[in-house]
Design a protein. Structure first.
Length: 258
């Protein structure tokens, strides 16, 4: 069964005051309660500006001076290597766009924990965490992105080794459905992000083989050459701007992975 966890509690009590919902259809019910656009900022005709983050030197290496609207891939060995801290920085900056700005995290392996989010400066009162089974990741992620309720949606796209939850029984209809190919899911997310003016961050494992290129607005290849450094390479940009890897100071936001 999928779990939708709305982090709506007082930050000091969030670890024990989760509101839990089961089954994928309840995601739709929760999004209906939030409203399609009443939680998002009003933006201009050209859409939202690039999302800058409070991370010294990171904005300088991004082609637009920040994260663009659409699908951004953060890929690193083992789906770690700084991607989580970068995603948390984006969440915090997304919420800083306005007092009604919400963000969401699709977390199949249940690796996030509330104290880490609080330490990262995330407002739990405007944060939605969805914990679907892997089989339901695609449809739920597309629904969340397309709702128009969130500034930033983070998707743990590839399973983190050693963090997998015990297998959960799936309804017959879910078992019979064939999962979308990764490139198909990314295309659906890109279309949903275009209509909802959201920014989607995909956390992926760079060590996993890929048969075809994905339709992302930006692909960043991350690495950790040393404990205090982060290597960032623009491997794909929608305007064709790519470059060599650049090393910046690593700024760990918090230990958000349990």
């Amino acid at each position: 069964m999928s779990k939708v966890i709305a982090l709506l509690a007082c930050p000091l009590l969030a670890a024990s005051m989760f509101s839990v919902m089961a089954a994928a259809h309840e995601v739709k019910a929760l999004l209906a309660q939030l409203g399609t656009r009443n939680l998002r900022l009003a933006v201009g005709a050209d859409g939202p500006p690039p999302l800058t983050v409070a991370w010294p030197c990171l904005n300088d290496v991004l082609p637009d001076g920040g994260f663009p609207q659409g699908v951004v891939e953060l890929t690193s060995p083992g789906a770690l290597g700084g991607a989580t801290s970068m995603a948390l920085a984006a969440i915090r900056s997304g919420q800083a766009r306005g007092h009604k700005a919400w963000c969401a995290w699709i977390d199949p392996e249940a690796t996030l924990h509330a104290p880490g989010l609080v330490a990262a400066g995330v407002d739990l009162n405007r944060m939605l965490v969805v914990r679907p089974a892997r089989a339901q990741l695609g449809p739920i992620a597309v629904r969340v992105v397309g709702s128009g309720a969130f500034e930033v949606v983070v998707v743990d796209f590839d399973a983190i080794a050693g963090a997998d939850r015990p297998a959960e029984p799936q309804p017959r209809k879910t078992r019979e459905k064939k999962a979308w190919a990764p490139e198909v899911l990314v295309r659906k997310l890109a279309l949903s992000a275009e209509s909802s003016e959201a920014m989607v961050l995909l956390l992926t494992d760079r060590l996993r083989a890929r048969g075809t290129a994905w339709p992302v607005s930006l692909r960043l290849e991350l690495g950790r050459p040393s404990r205090g450094e982060l290597s960032v390479k623009v491997a794909k940009d929608r305007r064709g701007r790519v470059g060599a890897a650049k090393t910046i100071a690593f700024q760990p936001i918090a230990r958000a992975v349990g």
